[in-house]
Design a binder for this molecule. Sequence first.
Ligand SMILES: Nc1ncnc2c1ncn2[C@@H]1O[C@H](COP(=O)(O)OP(=O)(O)OP(=O)(O)O)[C@@H](O)[C@H]1O
Ligand SMILES: O=c1[nH]c(=O)c2[nH+]cn([C@@H]3O[C@H](COP(=O)(O)O)[C@@H](O)[C@H]3O)c2[nH]1
Ligand SMILES: NC(=O)CC[C@H](N)C(=O)O
Ligand SMILES: [Mg+2]
Length: 507
Amino acid sequence: MQKLLIIDFGSQYTQLLAKRIRDIGAYSEVVQFDDKISLDNVKGIILSGGPDSVYEEDSPTLPENILESKLPILGICYGMQLIARKFGGKVETRDVGEFGKTTIKIMDHSKLFENTDKEFNVWMSHKDVVVEVPDGFKVTSKTNNGIIASFENEEEKIYALQFHPEVKHTTFGETILKNFVIKICDINETWKLTDFVDEKINQIRKTVGDKKAIIALSGGVDSSVAAILTYKAIGKNLKAIFVNHGLLRLNEAKEVESTFKDYFGIDLTVVDAEERFLTKLKGVTDPEKKRKIIGEEFIRVFEEEASKESDCEFLVQGTIYSDVIESAKSGKKTAKIKSHHNVGGLPEDMNLKLIEPLRELFKDEVRSVGEILGLPREILYRHPFPGPGLAIRIIGEVTKEKLEILRKVDDIFIKSLKETGWYDKVWQAFAVLTPIRTVGVTGDRRNYGYLVSLRAVDSTEGMTADWSKIPHDVLDLSSRRITNEVEEVTRVVYDITSKPPATIEWE
Ligand SMILES: Nc1ncnc2c1ncn2[C@@H]1O[C@H](COP(=O)(O)OP(=O)(O)OP(=O)(O)O)[C@@H](O)[C@H]1O
Ligand SMILES: O=c1[nH]c(=O)c2[nH+]cn([C@@H]3O[C@H](COP(=O)(O)O)[C@@H](O)[C@H]3O)c2[nH]1
Ligand SMILES: NC(=O)CC[C@H](N)C(=O)O
Ligand SMILES: [Mg+2]
């Protein structure tokens, strides 16, 4: 089968690139930069970004055989800088980076930019820049800051982009990738999500055999889809476990329980584990420590529940690709951003075998799988909620008192969004409780209360995000309700940072 090869230099977005290629309907494979690379059936090569700088010693280099192959090449970010250096251009670092939204202007015709505007927004994440392109290459676009955003050698079919076309916030990103895959590499075969569903159901059936499995069910999108997929494979041999770790939102435990009992015939056990989680978290302020403690405690609960069943050997989790990438469990060079509780937060000694049917997919693909499986909209379009819950939204130590405050604030914000029709317009929204105390005046009295931040983001798969442009009156409504109804809070701010440079959750 014809394919595109993606060479991974440690970008946070490598699998996202693979996904975009799937969206275009072509088959792609990701390999590490130092793997032995076979070029059989390969029609084009994409070089990913990465955390290194090409001028540093020991930084990853271009595999030799790809240049000899004369196949079309597209270098992105680090990949672009590698091409510049390899062919004799110049790469330098700058004091000020470009992270998030930047505008570029097309300077010269390029096949890559066919059907795009002459000027459009792109998503950047870099500090190094190409200051001189190699001989034989031409600059095809620059950013508003005068930085080279793309260059190419059309004859050799070598193309380079400083920005990330694989990121949804890059307008025309899909057009650019399509131009590369279809017009430049000439690929024309199809990949479908329904094939994926059938394949996974068979695989799960084979793996579990006549043993039993438990599914860690949070009521969120990913684990609900994983649950139905697994239920289709092994039926009654699947038991669902929902852990109430005391870090949930207002009324969440009750809602999840009733939704699942009503909708699906799956056998669901709710485990009340509030005291054990909060005891373990006592005095802990470091975000990574919190995540590891929670990840381990989850597994201990699942092990205890599994041991109550005969022949229960498997734990199904709704892990998706963004959980994997940020925990640095993908490529060799990928930097760790944070340990997602269900991946980087897992203990080393665990006796259940993991099944993660959605591990390679992104959120929007998971939603599509859910649609194929017939899950209701209200489950599929819930905002994501992280496994460690409110523990990573309370900056500093987690206490019962703080959990109470944050639950009330979060509930008011979400209700305000729902009432004004904004809940479905943003990808994820929540509140964060900071340890900062600030002076307020309520009813002529001094009130020394907490500072909370509201956060709402627009995203497609959580890998990048922009802050949502919620109207001022909706923010105003939320702020007034919060300060009126939650006396411990004296100040409300709205988070206006994109990812990158920030992340979605604060810890
Ligand atoms: N309270 C919980 N009880 C049981 N399992 C949980 C709980 N919270 C998280 N998990 C497990 O951890 C996995 C990762 O959590 P995550 O929040 O990323 O996914 P989700 O809750 O299924 O979906 P969403 O991202 O929409 O919230 C879940 O798929 C589920 O398997
Ligand atoms: O199940 C989870 N376990 C975790 O440990 C975790 N950390 C972040 N998230 C969610 O992932 C998405 C990206 O968040 P970040 O930009 O903060 O990494 C956002 O949707 C976050 O809510 C988690 N989900
Ligand atoms: N995202 C990237 O590929 C970054 C490449 C390089 N480290 C830079 O800062 O420019
Ligand atoms: Mg969740």
